[in-house]
Structure formats: C-alpha cells, structure tokens
Design a protein around this ligand. Structure first.
Ligand code: ADP
Length: 150
C-alpha cells in the first residue's frame, strides 16, 4: 500500500522551512499532498490563488508532490486521498504544545490517522510565516525566506 501523507497548513506564505519538511518527507512517504487550508474566519495575507501558483510551481518537477486547497476538517479531508499520515514540522516547544493538541484531536476524529513530525533543520528554525507577513507589510524583502520569488 502506498504511503500517502498530507502536509496541511495555512502556508501564508509557504516558506523554506515548509519546503524543507516536504523534501525530507519524501524519504518517508511515496506521495505528499501539500494542503493549503482555507479558513473562512481567518483572512489570509497572501491570496490563496497566488500561494497555489507559487507552491505548485515550486514542486512542478516532483511527481510525488501535489498541491490542493481545502475547507473542512483535516481528519476527514485525508480520506479523499487515502492518506494515513499527517506530516507536520516542529521548531520549538511552542510548536510542540500546539501540535500535540491538534494531533490528539485528529486521532480522536480519525483513529486511522498518524501524525508524523519532523524537527526543523537548524537553518530554517527561525522562519515563521507570521513574522514574514509583518516584514512584507512594511516593504521588507522576504524572498530569502521563500523557495520561490514573489
Ligand atoms: P498552521 O496554520 O496549521 O499552523 P503553518 O502554515 O503555519 O500552519 O505551518 C504548517 C506546518 O509547518 C506546521 O506543522 C508548522 O509547525 C510547520 N512549520 C512552520 N514553519 C516551519 C519551519 N520554519 N520549519 C519547520 N516547520 C515549520
């Protein structure tokens, strides 16, 4: 059976830290689906269409990686792809607290689903989407943090 993992997130924006997790995940999984969540209550900073285009372009040569968007419970959405793994990244204890709660809830909602965590590579540990948004808001150059050019 193929090992399919979903990598869910807001990816607002998708960063080199996210990219690193996906590429390293390829050693563990046969297929990785980057799933950009559309939270109706949370206003995005970078438009969804732009992020789909950039992330799809970033992985265009990787046939094991695809990009989708979704607006439902992650634990239910995975069933559409027969994905049994959720891939997530961990930078620090703050991430751990948050990821732990989400993973427990996802396990409750879908007992077949396993969350798999990769510890961030040290060079990307400080890359944080919300700080990148602030830098961009005040006209700072953020391209060094992204695996594509904005
Ligand atoms: P969410 O809105 O679900 O927290 P994010 O888009 O912020 O989604 O992040 C998606 C996943 O990537 C999360 O597991 C997060 O911890 C992880 N992540 C974010 N930035 C990095 C980074 N620099 N290195 C490794 N993992 C990261």
């Amino acid at each position: 059976m193929k090992r399919v993992a979903l990598f869910p997130g807001s990816f607002d924006p998708f960063t080199k830290g996210h990219y690193d997790i996906v590429i390293r995940g390829l050693k563990l999984f046969d297929e990785i689906i980057v799933a950009i969540g559309q939270n109706t209550k949370k206003q995005r900073y970078f438009p969804l269409e732009l992020m789909i285009e950039k992330v799809t372009g970033t992985f265009e040569k990787e046939d094991k990686i695809s990009v989708v968007t979704y607006n439902e419970l992650t634990a239910s959405f995975v069933k559409k792809f027969d994905a049994r793994y959720l891939l997530r990244g961990l930078r620090n204890t703050t991430d751990f607290e948050y990821e732990n709660s989400i993973a427990q809830m996802n396990k409750y909602l879908n007992s077949e689903l396993e969350s798999v965590f990769l510890i961030t590579s040290p060079e990307y540990a400080a890359i944080n989407s919300s700080i990148i948004r602030e830098v961009h808001r005040y006209d700072g150059d953020i391209n060094v943090f992204l695996p594509y050019t904005l």
